[in-house]
Design a protein around this ligand. Structure first.
Ligand SMILES: NC(=O)C1=CN([C@@H]2O[C@H](COP(=O)(O)OP(=O)(O)OC[C@H]3O[C@@H](n4cnc5c(N)ncnc54)[C@H](O)[C@@H]3O)[C@@H](O)[C@H]2O)C=CC1
Ligand SMILES: O=C(O)C(=O)COP(=O)(O)O
Length: 523
């Protein structure tokens, strides 16, 4: 049974993909009210639940956190990554709703609609107190031209506004295509009549509009924040509202939510909504449906596509990666079992078509498989890189420019404290993966099942002796491959069996004079 805890109010209809699947239990209850957090495999949240390290520690089975929305600033993604917990979000399900809400806030702000509404409800008729400004012909400054910023720009243009944009990642071509003016931050500050922010909350964007930057804006500017509390510094807003430099402010989000102690709400010129950007039936259905489908993919062992802490990959892209992923896991596990010593660095080299895929994912998969043999914690592609680095293991990814004759290949070299080992494999369409070289010995075997690696001297009779000992122990050899570099020198043997080999058999083999090294490997 896969157990899902839905902590914030999330559309039940949007959970349909999970509700219809078998063996999934969904509990809709806030984390603060759930006594047995340890039983859950997945946690669904919106912005209210804070997914802290402490909460994750109370959920040892947690494998995936699904944010039914965009911003993940309420989730400790670094800690989730360390613990191997996948974090996903619903990147575009609430874009339109949030853009529409922002536009509604802008229109309300310049026409004083909330204040006028209150006044009329108080039985007043003060028409001259609420004279507003037209949007037509004014310049809207958008900070962050992502999904929401772009939709907002389209709406502003339809109202005859000029749209100036600051976004460090915006190309000239894209700004021309959308029909907005690309500016630097300073220009936008000094020219815009209304400034609205649409970036995530990060170290860089926290306090982006502060005492210093707001002082550069036009006198009488309107400021809007429907992205995240803290992108516009609240103390600075109070200062400039008090001295009249900022004419009005529209806020959907606050540094602390609910905003119990902020002075901002005391200003007549501030209009506010309680984080309603994504609160439409449509957006809530979209985001819940998006993350439910993703979680279902995860449960089915398929590739999730909207992960924050995994390389983004569509299911289609994963189909191309899958054969190499499988090969990488086999090589990682093989080398980890074979090299029983501390490791300093791992190098993975891709050649041919293997170099054309999402190699970062495959590298992490190989490292995860390597570490799994050595560590008794949850290791996967999410936390493999972090855990390897924490243990002082360097990993290097290379694309080989050599042509070794295979249409694709993957070579993994591990530098251990005492020795270095290396395995090369290839994936053959419709045939599966093959290991084609071990420590420079050419060989050809399918890396699967109960294997035995033997290093020996290339002398007559050794194969017979090995066969005799195995036969004496009633062990049937399923497959056998040999490889050598030169006649009479060192050689290797790779055998596979229908069952694992016991220690007495391995000891008997080791006692043969011509045998240098024996290692049973389970893949
Ligand atoms: N009020 C609400 O209910 C909602 C709020 N949001 C907030 O809106 C934010 C934006 O959402 P989307 O447009 O979907 O995200 P997005 O990722 O599509 O766009 C963010 C944009 O910000 C830009 N950016 C990043 N750092 C920047 C910087 N230092 N200066 C200027 N631009 C910068 C990026 O290049 C990107 O284009 C979310 O992160 C979330 O916090 C999102 C949905 C609902
Ligand atoms: O999607 C986002 O980033 C939002 O801010 C929406 O938040 P919510 O899901 O409404 O709590």
């Amino acid at each position: 049974m896969f157990r899902v805890l839905v902590s914030d109010p999330i559309s039940r209809d949007g959970l349909e993909p999970l509700l219809e699947a078998n063996n999934i239990e969904i509990v809709q209850k806030n984390v603060s009210e759930e006594e047995n957090l340890a039983q859950y495999d997945a946690l669904f949240v919106r912005s209210a639940t804070k997914v802290t390290e402490e909460l994750m520690n109370q959920m040892p089975k947690l494998k995936i956190v699904a944010r039914a929305g965009v911003g993940v600033d309420n989730i400790d993604v670094d800690q989730a990554t360390r613990k191997g917990i996948i974090v996903i979000n619903a990147p575009d399900g609430n874009t339109i709703s949030t853009a529409e809400h922002t536009f509604a806030m802008i229109a309300s702000l310049v026409r004083h609609i909330p204040q006028a509404n209150m006044s009329v409800k108080n039985r007043e008729w003060k028409r001259s107190s609420f004279v507003g400004s037209e949007l037509h012909g004014k310049m809207l400054g958008i900070v962050g031209l992502g999904r929401i910023g772009t939709e907002l720009a389209r709406r502003a243009k339809a109202f005859g506004m000029r749209v100036a944009v600051f976004d460090p990642f915006l190309t000239k071509e894209r700004s021309e295509k959308i029909g907005v003016e690309k500016h630097d931050f300073e220009e936008l500050l000094t020219q815009a009549d209304i400034i609205t922010v649409h970036t995530p909350l990060t170290k860089e964007t926290k306090g982006l509009l502060n005492k210093e930057t707001i002082s550069k804006t036009k006198k009488g500017v309107y400021l809007v924040n429907c992205a995240r509390g803290g992108i516009i510094d609240e103390d600075a807003l109070c200062t400039y509202l008090e001295n009249g430099h900022v004419r009005g402010v529209a806020l959907d989000v606050f540094e602390v939510e609910p905003p119990e102690h902020t002075r901002l709400l005391e200003f007549e010129q501030v209009i506010a909504t309680p984080h309603l950007g994504a609160s439409t039936k449509e957006a809530q259905l979209n985001v819940a449906y998006q993350v439910s489908k993703e979680v279902l993919l995860f449960i089915q062992g398929k590739q999730v596509t909207t992960s924050i802490n995994l390389p983004a990959m569509s299911d289609e892209a994963y189909q191309k990666v899958a054969p190499y992923d499988s090969l990488a896991q086999k090589i990682g596990s093989f080398l980890s079992q074979y090299m029983n010593q501390p490791v300093q660095s791992i190098t993975i080299e891709y050649e041919g078509t293997a170099a054309e895929i999402e190699t970062a994912y495959v590298t992490k998969s190989m490292i995860a498989s390597f570490l799994k043999q050595r560590m008794d914690i949850n290791i996967n592609t999410v936390n493999a890189g972090v855990l390897a680095r924490e243990r002082g293991i360097q990993f290097i990814e290379k694309v080989s420019d050599q042509n070794s004759g295979y249409s694709n290949s993957m070579k993994v070299t591990i530098h251990g404290e005492q020795t270095t080992s290396e395995i090369k494999g290839t994936s053959i369409p419709h045939f599966g993966e093959r290991i084609v070289s071990v420590n420079g010995f050419s060989i050809d075997f399918h890396p699967s099942g109960h294997l035995l690696y033997i290093q020996h001297t290339d002398v007559p009779g050794v194969i017979g002796n090995v066969g005799r000992i195995l036969g004496n122990h009633s062990v049937n050899i399923a497959t056998m491959q040999v490889g050598r570099k030169e006649k009479g020198g060192e050689a290797i043997m790779m055998l596979s069996f229908d069952r694992p080999l016991d220690q007495p058999i391995l000891s008997a083999l080791t006692e043969l004079d011509e045998i240098v090294f024996v290692k049973a490997i389970e893949l």
